[in-house]
Design a protein around this ligand. Structure first.
Ligand code: URA
Length: 185
């Protein structure tokens, strides 16, 4: 993983480098069995250099803990490592520039399960343009690793009624780890 970070260096491979304060590479256990992949850093993440530390991050942390894990147990990273201005969606050229590093991170970790948070993570890793509303909740395989697509926590903050479905998806992940799925909604 250190080698992947070194290779990324002071990255100037796409235009996102001009507006960033920090590269948000990833955080957690580089030998994790479970990895969460988000979209890209927001304002707080850019300032701190750590993924998922804003409002969506608080919800993700709650979801992780409800699953019986701690943030330190798992690994968290994003499709793009630099903040898109004004939190706009990452553009195809930006995703293309950053994707090799995401793939290298997952290759270094070799987790048992990847949870793809939202359409950018799911569509990028699976090279599948199916909407996340249709992809979520069904196991997929990414490079021999089981992958569960689910909703992005920022989407859940805007659409709390969808939390139940996301929790179902995470319960399927817990089963793989022998964690006891309760009835939390
Ligand atoms: N949303 C993401 O997709 N990633 C982050 O790191 C923070 C918010």
């Amino acid at each position: 993983m250190d080698q992947v970070r070194r290779e990324l260096g002071d990255c100037q491979r796409c235009k996102l480098c001009s507006g960033r304060k920090n590269i948000v590479f990833g955080t957690g256990n580089p030998r994790a069995e479970l990895v969460f992949v988000g979209e890209g850093p927001g304002e707080n993440e850019d300032l701190q250099g750590v993924p998922f530390v804003g409002a969506a991050g608080d919800l993700l942390t709650k979801m992780i803990e409800a699953m019986g894990f701690r943030r330190d147990d798992i690994y968290i990273c994003n499709v793009v490592k630099c903040r898109p201005p004004g939190n706009r969606n990452p553009e195809p050229d930006e995703i293309a520039a950053c994707e090799p590093f995401l793939r290298a991170q997952l290759a270094a970790i070799q987790p048992k399960v990847v949870v793809a948070l939202g359409k950018f993570a799911a569509q990028t890793l699976l090279r599948d343009s199916t909407p996340i509303t249709r992809m979520r909740g069904a196991w997929r395989v990414y490079e021999g690793i089981q992958l569960m697509p689910t909703f992005h926590p920022a989407y859940l903050l805007r659409n709390p009624a969808e939390k139940r479905k996301a929790w179902e998806d995470l319960q399927a992940v817990m089963k793989i780890f022998g964690k006891n799925p309760g009835s939390r909604a």
